[in-house]
Ligand binder design. Structure first.
Ligand code: MG
Length: 279
């Protein structure tokens, strides 16, 4: 009897340990600061937008891999959203069916300060996305103010675009971060003005009738040839919600537009294509 029970207990102990390890611990706090209430969010004990490298070490800097021409080419079943042509500008809007205010510069789609987000006319759910970007060749500003844009899957979940070449900020807000939720594994950023690639595999979140998330979104991201998010389950939303917190999941439809952020810096995008995949 004892012999039979022991492996059984051991198996349950292993399974319990695994469950706790896989599920991140999210805690919230409201702190009083200079007479104001400030929200704090902690993921596995690390404060969102933590700037202390002791508590939130910077991802190691690596040499970006050479541009892979073959991998950047749109497969036959992909929908090309931008190929540098005037015609592909029609795939983008500033919302509400209005033409995008972003401009075509040297075959690239460039953000215009105050022009709002560039939003795809078509909507997508789970997908594979290839997108290339370049932060301004002459960098201006620091931290979040330098070469900031973003790629928003379903118009909701931001993969940060930032000039993170010799520019430090909180790691969960640097280039390749799932904003406020997951810092990149490595910093594979190229120099300002150079073309960089994101290859993103995204599985959309699912919600029940009451609006509760029943399956979280999942991201796998390759930046300039390096895996920077390895099948990461997104613990919540990515909207800036204050200095130390980000938004929560909020129920939405099965598809949403791809969006690129206007954060006031003229960031360029090119060679954008997308493939629908199984949920
Ligand atoms: Mg951004």
């Amino acid at each position: 009897m004892q012999n039979r029970l022991f492996p059984c207990l051991l198996a349950s102990a292993i399974s319990i340990t695994w469950t706790f390890a896989a599920e991140p611990v999210i805690t919230k706090e409201v702190r009083e600061e200079s007479g104001k209430k400030v929200d704090y969010l902690f993921i596995d004990g690390t404060k969102v937008h933590e700037t202390d490298p002791e508590k939130q070490p910077f991802p190691p800097i690596v040499e970006p891999k050479p541009y892979d021409e073959a991998a950047a080419k749109a497969p036959a079943d992909a929908m090309v959203l931008f190929d540098g042509s005037d015609a592909s500008l029609k795939n983008w809007t500033s919302g509400g069916g209005k033409p995008t205010k972003w401009t075509l510069v040297d075959g690239a789609l460039e953000s215009v300060k105050g022009g709002g987000y560039a939003e795809s006319v078509d909507s997508f759910g789970s997908c594979k996305l290839h997108i290339e970007f370049a932060t301004p060749a002459k960098p201006k500003g620091n931290g979040q103010g330098r070469g900031n844009s973003g790629v928003f899957l379903m118009g909701e979940y931001e993969v940060q675009v930032l000039d993170s070449y010799g520019n430090t900020t909180y790691p969960d807000g640097q280039c390749g971060a799932l904003y406020g939720r997951s810092k990149p594994i490595v910093n594979a950023s190229r120099k300002p003005g150079e073309w960089q690639t994101y290859d993103i595999t995204f599985h959309r979140p699912l919600f029940d009738e009451s609006g509760k998330v029943t399956r979280k979104a999942k991201f796998h991201i390759v930046h300039n040839g390096w895996v920077i998010q390895d099948n990461v389950e997104l613990t919540g939303g990515t909207g800036w919600n204050g200095p130390h917190s980000v938004s929560e999941y909020k129920k939405h439809g099965d598809t949403g537009p791809l969006k690129m952020q206007d954060h006031g810096n003229p960031v360029r995008f090119r060679n954008i294509w997308i493939q629908k995949i199984e949920d």
